[in-house]
Ligand binder design. Structure first.
Ligand code: HEM
Length: 356
C-alpha cells in the first residue's frame, strides 16, 4: 500500500489574480475586543462563499492577516516563526516607518460592491471590537499601470512559483499554507515625477514605459527599482515575493499613490528588498523610486491558512504574558469607527444572517 497522501492545507486566497478593485483595511483591536475577533475568524470564508456563489465571476478573494502583538492577544500556543513587528528603516535619504496594525483585510474583486459587502459583513460582526485605522480603495489603472504610469506586476511569479514564493512550506509545519504580508502605503509626488522625461523615468524603474520591457543590464542603473528588487539566493535561485499592488487616489486629500502588498513565504525576502530600497545595495545606492514616492505606513502580518482560521487555537491564558480576554461587549476605551449596522449595506452578501 502506498503511503496515504496527507490532506493539503487549505490556504486563504493569497495566490489570486490581480483584480479591478481592492479594499484594503488595517485595523487595531480595541481592549476587550479579542473574543469578537476570535469568534469571527471561522466565518470569514463563509462570508465570501455567500457573496461569491451568487456573483460568479466577481473574483472575490479576501485574505485576513494578523499582526505580531495581536497574535499573542488572540491565541495561545506557538507563533509563526517569522512574525515580528515591522522593522522601520532609516536610510540616508528615505524612511520606511513602522505603523500600527493588528488586523489586515485584503479584499480583492472585479467589482467594488462585492469587496464592500464582505467588509460590511465582517465589520458588522466586529462592531465595537476593532477600529479601522487605514482604509484604501484601490483600482486598476488602465493596463495594470501604477500612477507613475508604469505597468506594475509583470515579473510576479505565477503558478507553482507563486505558491512557493508566497506560502509557508515545510520550514514551519505548524503554519504551512500561511503567508507573511507586508503592506506599505506610498504617496507619489506626481508633479516632480511628471516633470521627468520618459527616458529618465525608465531609468528610475528599470523598464520601458510604453511596452514594459526590462532595460538591458548595460543600461539599467544600479539604483533602479528593478535592479534593487531582483534578489538571488547563494545557490543562484531567485528570491521572490508575490505582489498585489494597487493604485489609489483622493483628489479631496490630494493623495495619489501605490498601496504595496507583498506576500512571502519568508518575510526576510521582502525585508531584504526593503533594505535594498531604503538603505541601498551597496549602502547608499538607494532606490530612486523613493525620490518620488514616500512610504507613510508599514506593517507586517501573518495571514494564516484557512484551516487555522476555521479552528483557531485557544485564547491565551492568565499564566502567559498575554492580555486577559474580555467579553466583546465590554466598554471600550475609544469609540470605534462605526461599522456594519446602519452603514447602508443591503446585507445581501451572506447566507448567514442569523449568525449576526
Ligand atoms: C512606490 C511603490 C512601488 C511602485 C510604484 C512599484 C512599481 C514597480 C514596477 C512598475 C515594477 C516593474 C514591473 C513589475 O515587474 O512589476 C516593479 C517591480 C518590482 N517591485 Fe515594485 N513598486 C513599488 C514598491 C515595491 C516594494 C516596496 C517592493 C518590495 C519590498 C517591490 C518589489 C518589486 C519586485 C520584486 C519587482 C520585480 C523585480 C524583477 O524581478 O524584475 N516594489 N515595481
Amino acid at each position: 500500500m502506498p503511503d496515504a497522501v496527507p490532506d493539503p492545507v487549505a490556504t486563504q486566497p493569497v495566490v489570486a489574480p490581480l483584480t479591478t478593485a481592492a479594499l484594503i483595511l488595517v485595523a487595531t483591536i480595541e481592549a476587550g475586543g479579542e473574543p469578537a475577533v476570535r469568534d469571527v475568524l471561522p466565518d470569514l470564508a463563509a462570508f465570501a462563499r455567500g457573496i461569491d456563489f451568487r456573483m460568479p465571476g466577481a473574483g472575490l478573494a479576501c485574505v485576513t492577516g494578523i499582526g505580531s502583538d495581536a497574535w499573542d492577544r488572540l491565541f495561545s500556543g506557538p507563533r509563526p516563526a517569522g512574525l515580528h513587528p515591522f522593522r522601520e528603516l532609516r536610510g540616508a535619504r528615505h524612511h520606511a516607518p513602522a505603523t500600527p496594525g493588528d488586523l489586515l483585510f485584503h479584499i480583492r474583486g472585479e467589482r467594488m460592491d462585492v469587496c464592500y459587502e464582505w467588509a460590511s459583513r465582517l465589520l458588522t460582526r466586529l462592531d465595537g471590537a476593532v477600529r479601522i485605522i487605514d482604509e484604501t480603495q484601490g483600482f486598476r489603472y488602465f493596463d495594470h499601470r501604477d500612477l507613475l504610469g508604469f505597468v506594475d506586476g509583470t515579473e510576479n511569479p505565477v503558478g507553482a512559483a507563486a505558491q512557493a514564493a508566497a506560502l509557508v512550506g515545510s520550514a514551519d509545519p505548524a503554519f504551512a499554507g500561511g503567508s507573511y504580508v507586508v503592506v506599505q502605503k506610498y504617496l507619489h509626488d506626481l508633479t516632480t515625477w511628471n516633470a521627468l522625461s520618459t527616458e529618465e523615468q525608465e531609468r528610475v524603474i528599470g523598464r520601458t514605459k510604453l511596452h514594459d520591457v526590462e532595460l538591458s543590464d548595460s543600461v539599467k542603473p544600479p539604483n533602479s527599482h528593478v535592479a534593487l528588487n531582483t534578489l538571488t539566493a547563494p545557490d543562484g535561485s531567485a528570491r521572490e515575493i508575490l505582489r498585489a499592488n494597487m493604485p489609489f487616489g483622493s483628489f479631496e486629500q490630494g493623495e495619489f499613490g501605490t498601496y504595496f502588498i507583498g506576500y512571502a513565504a519568508d518575510p526576510d525576502v521582502t525585508e531584504q528588498m526593503l533594505r535594498n530600497m531604503f538603505l541601498g545595495s551597496p549602502p547608499g545606492t538607494y532606490d530612486r523610486i523613493l525620490d518620488f514616492s514616500t512610504a507613510v505606513t508599514g506593517t507586517l502580518f501573518h495571514a494564516p491558512s484557512a484551516d487555522f482560521l476555521d479552528a483557531p487555537p485557544p485564547p491565551p491564558t492568565l499564566s502567559g504574558t498575554e492580555s486577559v480576554p474580555q467579553p466583546a461587549s465590554a466598554p471600550v476605551a475609544q469609540a470605534p469607527v462605526p461599522a456594519g449596522h446602519g452603514n447602508g449595506s443591503l446585507h445581501i452578501g451572506s447566507l448567514q444572517e442569523s449568525a449576526q
